[in-house]
Design a protein around this ligand. Structure first.
Ligand code: IPE
Length: 269
């Protein structure tokens, strides 16, 4: 591939209504489709989350814990089915706007080992990008060599894809402005961190752990941790609020935008 691909993740909380099971946020999906169309970035890989589609079903059948009894088998099918339903809405929206989207099912090309990606069939994906398609993947129920099956998050997938495809940049669209010094939903003194290196991230995490509060930044540390392997590879990641119009567009265009940039940073020998 001559030009390095951009990997864009759209979080489940952006594209679905998290409060209502199996409810998409169609206005958000349509708006984000138009932003992707306007930005016209190529090559582009899109990964989306599960939101109110994958999560409730996976939880109901305990898919994340692995295969324990046969009653979960239908649960795996239903979790995957929920994800393909959501994926279809996104692929349809993109194709309706003349974006050559093609679904790539993680459950058919990824095997995990204890929940971590062990192998991935990359060839079709690479070929798609070469030709100019926009592959669309998602967090999914996948087969696991140790536990039978597992839930592969879109965040883990994004990081792994970025490394495998030698990505230029990762953009993660969520429902907050980025990484804050505290949870902005509950703490008014929370401040947005616009730029952070891996070392600064580690220090901040220690400081917060020290205060014995688990992830006071509203779940953002988990995301950051998943992005770390790709950032260690020198791939820049940016977290933006995809519920706000034009943030994803600006990030795709490489324009200045409200968000948190995560970079490897200088290594002091
Ligand atoms: C979860 O994907 C997929 C399933 C539960 C099957 P993510 O973990 O990436 O979803 P969001 O973005 O948090 O909703």
């Amino acid at each position: 591939m001559s030009v390095k691909p951009t990997v864009l993740k759209l979080g489940g909380s952006v594209i679905t209504n998290k409060e209502k099971p199996l409810t998409p946020n169609m206005p958000a999906i349509e708006r984000l489709t138009r932003e992707i169309l306007r930005a016209n970035v190529s090559p582009l890989v899109l990964v989306h989350g599960g939101g109110s589609f994958g999560h409730p079903v996976a939880e109901q059948y305990g898919i994340r814990a692995g295969y324990k009894d046969s009653s979960q088998i239908m649960g795996f099918s239903k979790t995957h089915q929920a994800m393909t339903k959501l994926n279809k809405l996104i692929v349809d929206s993109l194709i309706n706007h003349n974006i050559p989207a093609v679904e790539v099912q993680p459950s058919s090309c990824v095997v995990t080992k204890a929940g971590r990606i062990q192998s991935m069939e990359e060839k079709p994906l690479k070929k798609m990008l070469e030709i100019g398609f926009v592959p669309i993947l998602y967090g999914d129920a996948v087969l696991d060599s140790e536990t039978g099956f597992a839930i592969l998050s879109g965040d883990q997938l994004v990081s792994s894809l970025a490394i495998r495809l030698d990505a230029y940049r990762i953009i993660v669209g969520v429902d907050v402005n980025g990484l804050y010094t505290a949870d902005p939903k509950t703490d008014p003194s929370a401040r947005l961190i616009q730029h952070i290196t891996l070392e600064e991230l580690k220090n901040l995490e220690h400081k917060i752990e020290g205060s014995k509060v688990t992830d006071v930044t509203g779940g953002m540390f988990g995301k950051m941790r998943e992005l770390t392997p790709a950032v260690e590879h020198g791939i820049q990641a940016i977290i933006v609020n995809a519920t706000k119009p034009n943030r994803v567009y600006k990030a795709l265009k490489g324009e200045k935008v409200v968000g948190t940039i995560i970079e490897k940073g200088e290594t002091i020998e």
